[in-house]
Design a protein around this ligand. Structure first.
Ligand code: ATR
Length: 273
């Protein structure tokens, strides 16, 4: 059967092998999918060995997405915009294509699985790091009425916004500038929640009928989602669906078949709690 793997460091707790095995069973595809811990300095040789030994595709997770970007012979436009590659796919001519499925995975989760509207909405994104860079193109393609990026370091948000200006209007600000503004959809992409922290957000940030999405996930609701629920958000969701969504998009790139993500999200959720 065709071989796939995920590279990262650490990698022991990656859910990708499990997710792709569920996808394979569901779509009756015959694949093997393993995990490998790879040091940054070893990325090129490890990837070359994988493809040389007959591997067909790789998922790449932290901290190797930039290494994968450099390794790819050619990258898709969305990977170019993201400045990072999370999927490598062997092509018929022997070359390796780099793609980034994180953003489309998140937007598909928000629109198709959760049924939330992004188009014509006032959208606020918290954070301006690699995670946010990875999702901006697919979010802009939804045609939000307004897209604002709030970041602790405003200069970083400004620099980020410049690479997406041609796709739509992207505004930036600091957290203190959020006073007296309301949003219909707030997406948390800061690394703060990893440490259980929350950026300083005004209490009246959410419009009536607002939805809140956290790119992070965990067994219990994240601190951002607890904040959102307490301030009347009508819908909240963590990034578990994004994780499955990006995997589904990689699977589609490799196999040409689009798996149904909803039952896989449900299975993973059961295992988390
Ligand atoms: P990633 O690739 O996971 O996005 P990153 O590039 O280090 O990681 O970006 C982390 C993001 O979380 C940044 O937007 C960072 O804000 P700064 O650009 O000001 O550093 C944000 N972040 C991290 N810890 C934070 C905290 N305690 N409060 C607010 N924002 C935080």
């Amino acid at each position: 059967s065709d071989q796939y793997a995920v590279f990262g460091n650490p990698i022991a707790h990656s859910k990708s092998p499990q997710i792709h095995q569920w996808f394979a069973r569901q779509t009756r595809q015959s694949i093997t999918y393993t995990r490998q811990r790879v040091e940054e300095g070893q990325f090129e040789s490890a990837a070359a060995r994988f493809f040389c030994d007959g591997g067909r595709g790789l998922n790449i997770t932290a901290p190797l997405k930039l290494n994968a970007f450099t390794y790819a012979d050619r990258v898709t436009e969305r990977a170019e915009r993201a400045g990072a590659v999370n999927t490598l796919a062997l092509q018929d001519d022997g070359s390796v294509l780099g793609d980034n499925t994180d953003g489309v995975g998140m937007v598909t989760d928000i629109t198709a699985n959760l049924g939330w509207d992004v188009s014509a909405k006032r959208v606020l994104i918290l954070g301006a790091g690699g995670a946010v860079r990875g999702v901006l193109q697919p979010v802009l393609e939804q045609g939000p009425e307004q897209l604002l990026i709030a970041n602790r370091t405003v200069a970083k948000a400004l620099q980020l916004s410049r690479s997406f200006r041609d796709l739509g209007r992207v505004q930036v600000c600091g957290f203190e500038d959020l006073a007296d503004r309301q949003f219909d959809l707030v997406i948390n992409g800061t690394a703060a929640s990893l440490a259980g922290d929350l950026p300083p957000l005004p209490d009246d940030l959410l419009a009536a009928d607002a939805h809140c999405y956290d790119m992070m996930y965990g067994a219990a609701p994240t601190v951002f989602l607890r904040w959102a629920r307490a301030r009347g958000a009508v819908g909240i969701a963590d990034g578990l669906g994004m994780l499955v969504g990006q995997a589904a998009e990689s699977f589609y790139l490799w196999r040409g078949v689009r798996p149904d993500t909803a039952p896989v999200i449900q299975l993973l959720r059961q295992e988390l709690t």
